[in-house]
Design a protein around this ligand. Structure first.
Ligand code: FAD
Length: 496
């Protein structure tokens, strides 16, 4: 288990006194403080880091959220918002002497408006529940993280979550219209609106991806889209992973924007196939799942063009799902890939870097070399169309030094992404996991702007402190050098 340290001023209230104050407006079942009750909240999906919070609160009204924040502000108590706890970067990791504010009771869909194609929901509503509720109107919510069965829309907004459909339909930020948030001062702010553009600074974009550091989201209005009339998925297999990478770049440059374009390498294919029986070939180096949607005519035209592009990239097998059942089966394998890979090793560390698509072949090759260098296997399963890599580094935390090695390997991958002209996160956020690599991605001046924004919303730095934006001191200790995007050209990557 890893320790994560932040410099936080100690609260000026004892734990017991804080519990008593919380009980003045929350019922006893909504204030947890015994170790046994706190245990389920000690980590998020990044389970290498664990810490018990001081207290967990489960409010069920915005007034209660306001009161919790005001109380914490008054006594300098750090506060960490938590949705479903599926985050993979430690965003919802509790901190020393912190209150963990769970939004689990904010689980109501408040309104579905089929005419305006919107849904107004509380932040604890599960991502998939929105599409399920909109289904009878022929509508759905497009961003679909693989964790959509469990993750909350509040967590999606806080992480600017992505998913299979985001290549064509955009990330969370492109699919929400407005938010209600409570600031650390206990004030309610409504941002965004029913139109696509409003006057003033774009606070909606600022709050999206703010990792619980600027305010607590208490309501979200999302856009709904019509369920596409027709969709087909192709399963394309390759003998060499570099050919699969080249195919991704060529598909997009041919003018096709698939509804989803996902890649899996041999390890990931084998694990997913054993787990989900999706019908994947297991003797190939990589597969792509490429879905096209639209009218029947559009889809047929795109399939014709796709087939041509793919054949030019040395595809060894091309299969089109022959019915809806097979289409769902192909996707079920991909969506189950993370838990499936979990069967290959006691632990895995999921990375989340993004690179320009044309760099895919070179970066995948380099990741394989690093895998040998660090003697840790890596399975690749990712949103290839977005250039959003998810190398899963397999390790065993019980073997001395393996976690540290996995983290060092992961750090190299993220820095490789920056050097290739990309970023250290595509959708999982920075949290505690990638905080050092922020020093590589951003200059001192840029980090100072982030700190200024944080200070404007949360003067005392109590909302999720120490996450996502490193102090300059931390960067100095890490010894990182800021690297300009695209600083290294393709052949230079090989020497990284
Ligand atoms: C198997 C698996 C597959 C995944 N696949 C994807 C994927 O395809 N795409 C993707 O983007 N992510 C994926 N994730 C990561 C994760 O599901 C997303 O980051 C998701 O958005 C987190 O939502 P959550 O409700 O679990 O948030 P949490 O983990 O509870 O919190 C995440 C962050 O949001 C903040 N937060 C939560 N709720 C609020 C709120 N109401 N107000 C303010 N801040 C808040 C927290 O403080 C924290 O910083 C995957 C995770 C797993 C385990």
């Amino acid at each position: 288990m890893k320790q994560y340290s932040t410099e936080i001023t100690a609260p000026d209230i004892e734990k017991n006194d804080l519990v008593k104050r919380l009980h003045t407006f929350l019922t006893s079942d909504c204030v947890l403080f015994d170790d046994e009750d706190l245990r389920p909240y000690e980590c998020d999906g990044l389970s290498a880091y664990k810490r018990l919070p001081w207290i967990v609160v489960l409010p069920d009204s915005t007034e209660q959220v306001q009161q919790v924040l005001e109380l914490c502000q008054q006594h300098q108590v750090p506060i960490v918002a938590r949705g479903a706890g599926t985050g993979l970067s430690g965003g919802a990791l509790p901190l020393d002497n912190s209150v963990l504010l769970s939004l689990a009771k904010f689980n109501r869909i408040l309104d579905i408006d089929p005419v305006n194609r919107t849904a107004r929901v509380q932040p604890g509503v599960r991502n998939l529940a929105i599409s399920e509720a909109a289904e009878s109107y022929g509508l759905y919510y497009a961003p679909d993280p693989s964790s959509q069965i469990a993750c909350s829309i509040g967590g999606n907004v806080a992480e600017n979550a992505g998913g299979v459909h985001c290549l064509k339909y955009g990330l969370t930020v492109h699919n929400i219209l407005s938010l209600e948030i409570i600031t650390m001062d206990g004030e309610t702010i409504n941002i965004g609106g029913s139109g696509l553009e409003g006057p003033g600074f774009d606070l909606l974009a600022l709050l999206t991806g703010s990792e619980g550091m600027l305010g607590v989201i208490t309501e979200v209005t999302v856009k709904l889209l019509p369920v596409p009339e027709y969709a087909k998925v192709m399963l394309i297999a390759f003998g060499h992973i570099e050919d699969a990478g080249m195919a991704v770049a060529n598909i997009i440059s041919a003018g096709i924007i698939p509804g989803g374009l996902e890649m899996m390498d041999t390890l990931a294919i084998k694990a997913a196939e054993q787990y989900a029986h999706a019908g994947y070939p297991t003797d190939v180096a990589a597969i792509l799942l490429c879905e096209v949607d639209g009218t029947r005519e559009d889809v047929d035209d795109q399939i014709t063009l796709l087939t041509k592009v793919i054949k030019d990239c040395n595809a060894v097998t091309i299969r089109i799902a022959h019915d809806e059942e097979e289409r769902h089966r192909f996707w079920a394998g991909r969506k189950a890939a993370f838990p499936a890979v979990g069967r290959l090793a006691p632990d895995y560390y999921c990375m989340d870097g993004t690179i320009p698509r044309k760099q895919l072949p070179a970066v995948l090759k380099r990741i394989n070399e690093l895998s040998e260098q660090f003697s840790l296997p890596v399975a690749n399963v990712f949103h290839a169309g977005d250039g959003n890599l998810h190398p899963l580094i397999l390790y065993d935390a019980n073997k001395p030094g393996e976690l540290d090695r996995a983290e060092e390997f992961g750090g190299h991958i993220l820095e490789l992404c920056v050097k290739a002209g990309g970023t250290i996160t595509g959708e999982h956020g920075v949290g505690v996991e990638k905080i050092n690599q922020m020093c590589v991605q951003f200059s001192t001046c840029e980090l100072n702007q982030f700190h200024a924004i944080k200070h404007a919303f949360d003067e005392n730095g109590l909302l999720n402190p120490g996450k996502a934006v490193p102090t300059l001191m931390r960067c100095a200790e890490f010894g990182a050098m800021h690297v300009h995007e695209g600083q290294l050209s393709h052949p230079e990557l090989d020497r990284f």
